[in-house]
Write a protein that binds this ligand. Sequence first.
Ligand SMILES: Cc1ncc(COP(=O)(O)O)c(C=O)c1O
Length: 449
Amino acid sequence: MKPSQTKPGSANGTGGHANANAVVAQAAASGSPDIFARCTRNPEIDLYRSADQLGLNPFYREIEGEIGPTVIYQGNEVVMLGSNNYLGLTTDPRVRKAAHEALDHYGTGVTGSRLLNGTLSLHRELEEFLAGWVELPSALVFTTGYTANVGLVSTLVQSGDAVFCDSAAHASLVDGARLAAGTLRAFQHNRPNSLRHGLRSWRSEPGRGGVLVAVDGIYSMEGDWAPLPEVRAACDDHGARLLVDEAHALGVVGPGGAGTAVATGVRADLVMGTFSKSLASCGGFIAGPEDVIEYLRVSCRPLLFTASNVPASLGAALAAAKIAQAEDWRREAVLSLAHRLRSGLAELGYEVGRPTTSSIVPVRVGDVLSAAVLWRALLDGGVYTNCSIPPAVQRPMLRTSVMATHTEAQIDRALSVFEDIARHGVVDAGRERLVGLLEPELELDATAP
Ligand SMILES: Cc1ncc(COP(=O)(O)O)c(C=O)c1O
């Protein structure tokens, strides 16, 4: 863009849009702020822009090709430790072929909601497979995993009811609860006693409505499991229904990759799954009793008022689900590689949390600046990771995860980059340099809310 050109409608109101200044002036004259004012200057935007200028912005990085065990980033091949493609199926020829076939057969899109013109025979086939996989009577496919959770919780939990979410449960469960007419209660992460306490106090007042308890089978950031037997027992003792979000578990754990509920022999009343991780696609589903699924079919607004999945995503998900169920070697490989990465990092002195059976390996760091410096140093060394900072997580960390199709040599290559960084004190030195450069108010410390 030439300096003389301005972007129309830029947030500060001084862009090329003819009415923008008039809106700002009118808002000021009326004594109420322009609704765009908060976009111009706030701590998050300032931090984001400063990070950008310093080459330390880990977000919205552009990858120049397919997401496999390695990816091309800025022309270089880097080891991909920042993907949820746990079983390595996004590039599998059978999954690609199924996506192509669905595209050829049904076209590029359905141009409508599931209710009216967006339900394909492929939906039914997929739903039958998924319900059988997670051992529940029925399933319903949504456009994303996010809308599946938001839709379920907001539709089911009505006025007078409550949803109890683990404090580390995925944002989509919390957002569903916020949209619901009922009450949202959080309980302490993986503390069944905290849940029991909450349920007891909810039930102690007469006339209160039904209760849904929502947990992730495997938590997305730390890779730890929900204590499902204890959570189930608390639900049973207080007449609550249990929803298990199996987004990070499906395909990875349990017999045939059926997830944590089947793995632990715990009866989940409802299971949520997504296609955007092991199933190498995009979309999500809720599985549960026939009548609940039927109820969602007719009253769930995030299902009724959004366009249905593109056919290629359904074809890919169905093919990937069948492969995920059949090929145990993928689960064994991803879990063994995650173990290799975790123990290697621990030996190098990185804080990786307690061992767990999952494809996720968190690398905890002291503060946001250290996280950004470590993320950048790893990328420069040829390792792509995800930087997770508050409010997405309580403590800043790099979230790493592996794929069944990584080789041991690739994991070792990544470990040697981590080793170089640790040996040369790159994080502390980089952090120190940055502290002097950034405005003091932008230094978020680890304990910031
Ligand atoms: C635990 C969990 N639940 C739900 C979702 C939402 O799924 P999707 O990204 O497929 O919309 C995610 C995605 O990150 C997740 O990690």
